[in-house]
Design a protein around this ligand. Structure first.
Ligand code: 5GP
Length: 191
């Protein structure tokens, strides 16, 4: 069992059949040592890929993407949710159904922050149905840059996102893959 799986067992909470709470360490209170470990782990897995930018989506992706960007020594950029008061110039826009709030969001990135030479590593906290990362892939495609890979802290393997993204041919690395969870007993099993 790896460090993140141990943390999930200790401090994660199964809120429903599909929602795992990680507010104690990832989504509300941040465990800085754990985030740094995640940064190092993603660096270990994607080192050698000549990554030039880390891309995530606000807000909870930012905390994980920060130590990853630091480890690679490259800029971190994040897609903003529309409307955003402080956006300047031309933008790339993608639509994403929100998993946690059940509505449709538009996400935006200023064009000046991505160019066709970029080799992008996409980072996010959770992977469920894959809509959030697909919106990020579509932004990278719009910029004619390359998605080198995707790094996810917690993939819920019983939802379709992982399958969908891997089937599209992308390299997807998840540190913990939850295969099943039970809101009655609180049991969580990993792949
Ligand atoms: P997807 O777009 O893959 O369906 O959902 C991914 C996004 O929804 C993530 O960025 C994350 O913020 C949120 N999310 C999905 N599932 C969970 C979950 O079980 N727990 C938490 N805390 N967030 C989730």
């Amino acid at each position: 069992m790896n460090f993140l799986e141990m943390k999930i067992l200790k401090e994660g909470q199964v809120k429903s059949d599909t929602v795992l709470m990680a507010d104690n360490f990832l989504n509300h209170r941040l465990d800085i040592d754990l985030l740094e470990q995640l940064g190092q782990e993603f660096y270990r897995r994607f080192a050698g890929e000549k990554i030039t930018k880390i891309l995530t989506i606000e807000s909870s992706g930012i905390a994980i993407a920060y130590p990853v960007a630091k480890a690679f020594g490259v800029p971190l950029i994040f897609a903003k949710k529309d409307p955003s008061p402080n956006l300047d110039g031309e933008t790339y826009v993608a639509e994403v159904p929100s998993f946690t709030q059940g509505k449709l969001d538009r996400v935006i990135l200023a064009k000046k922050f991505l160019s066709p030479e970029d080799r992008v590593l996409i980072i996010d906290d959770f992977l469920a149905n894959g809509c959030a990362v697909q919106s990020l892939i579509s932004i990278v495609d719009s910029a004619e840059a390359e998605v080198v890979g995707l790094g996810i802290a917690i993939e819920k393997g019983f939802q379709e996102g992982g399958h969908r993204i891997r089937n599209l041919g992308y390299r997807l690395e998840s540190i913990a893959i939850v295969d099943s969870m039970n809101p009655v007993t609180g049991t969580i099993t990993f792949r």
